[in-house]
Design a protein around this ligand. Sequence first.
Ligand SMILES: [Zn+2]
Length: 173
Amino acid sequence: MGKTALIVADMLNDFLDPDGSLYVGPSGREIIPFVAGKIEATRQSGGVVIFACDAHAPLDREFKYFARHAVKGTWGSQIIPELPVQPGDYRLDKTRYTAFYNTNLEEVLKQEEVAQVEVVGVCTSICVMETVKELFDRDLPTLVYREGVADFDPEAQAFALKHMERIFGAKVV
Ligand SMILES: [Zn+2]
């Protein structure tokens, strides 16, 4: 059968706290209870919770495109207090949009014998979609929860959900 992994993308202070440097806005805060519920449900059912977290260098090239955010070791790079990491969960530091680039996500999925993946977090059209694209490349059945993802831009959110469903074969519920 294989396990289910829940990838929690970038639920960090800089994106979700109104004082964060790249605050997604109220739509980001609205998903927090849903994400917390999915995390708990995944743990309870023997699944694997994987927090994929931006952890940038102070002069990361990504800051050409976005305000400085989630610099490794700073408050902004910490997972929001509403979603405490528990023993058995994974936290992966990443420096690009996808949770696969320069991380050990691939090994974690293999070691844990993950057969399907669910994705929640921010931003839908950036880190969530880039990660879903790579899950598609690896033939891993993927599910995205509408209530569990948010974006700066509602149009980008709508496009990304459609694109992940039609082009990357994700189930969007
Ligand atoms: Zn980033």
